[in-house]
Write a protein that binds this ligand. Structure first.
Ligand SMILES: Cc1cc2nc3c(=O)[nH]c(=O)nc-3n(C[C@H](O)[C@H](O)[C@H](O)COP(=O)(O)O)c2cc1C
Length: 209
């Protein structure tokens, strides 16, 4: 865990739980305020490969809320080493995340790579940006070939991040992963089918059928 992640995550009740479980290693210096984390090339590459992630928000009544976000790989853009952004699709018109974030801008993004068994957690603060208000940002974030309707852009200032261990992550593969892995087999089958058709035709000619 980075110092900043520990700062945010280790509240007094978390610390009490750690102590109750015998975790005596000191994780936190409450009197020190650490700098926000900067994403390294490793996190930036990981983020830019993702085709989905989960975004948490907190309701005005303190309930946690999580929504899945999906798009083409790389739809969650890394604007710089402390800023991310993605377009908010017009959706079910419940506006739960939008409403929650208007009252409390804090989020956690949860990014999974099931195939490589890796997960990245990001604490951040979300700013809701009007698409017309920032055309340069819209150009960076919205893919013009995407026919979906977007209502706004979420810009996230990264505060801290943490990688978790791969334990208990079952490897899962997308259709594209599987197609890529099987390509030499599907090519071979296609070649064999073509050869089979050619030989069958030759045989039919020879036997006069
Ligand atoms: C037809 C349709 C397609 C959608 N496509 C996507 C999509 O590709 N990616 C995405 O993140 N949200 C998509 N959404 C939006 C989500 O369903 C949801 O409305 C949005 O994430 C906001 O949810 P919330 O109110 O729970 O925060 C789509 C919604 C609809 C109705």
């Amino acid at each position: 865990m980075t110092r900043r992640f520990v700062d945010i995550a280790t509240t007094s009740s978390v610390r009490a739980a750690q102590l109750a479980a015998g975790v005596t290693r000191r994780h936190r210096e409450p009197e020190t305020q650490t700098e926000c984390d900067s994403l390294t090339a490793h996190e930036r590459a990981f983020i830019q490969e993702r085709d989905s992630f989960y975004m948490a928000s907190v309701s005005e009544t303190g309930w946690p809320y999580v929504q899945h976000r999906g798009g083409a790989p790389g739809f969650l853009k890394v604007l710089n080493d402390t800023t991310l952004a993605f377009p908010d699709y017009r959706g079910n018109r419940q506006y739960l995340s939008v409403g929650n974030l208007a009252a409390d801008d804090r989020t956690m993004l949860f990014l999974m790579d099931y195939a490589r068994r890796a997960r990245l957690k990001i604490f951040g603060r979300v700013e809701t940006v009007d698409i017309q208000a920032e055309p340069d940002l819209a150009q960076q974030v919205i893919d013009p070939s995407d026919e979906a309707k977007f209502e706004r852009i979420f810009r996230i200032r990264v505060e801290a991040f943490d990688w978790n261990c791969p334990q208990h992550i079952t490897p899962r593969f997308t259709e594209a992963d599987i197609a890529h892995a099987l390509r030499h087999l599907t090519d071979r089958i296609a070649n064999l089918e073509a050869e089979n058709a050619r030989l069958s035709a030759e045989l039919a000619n020879q036997t006069g059928e």
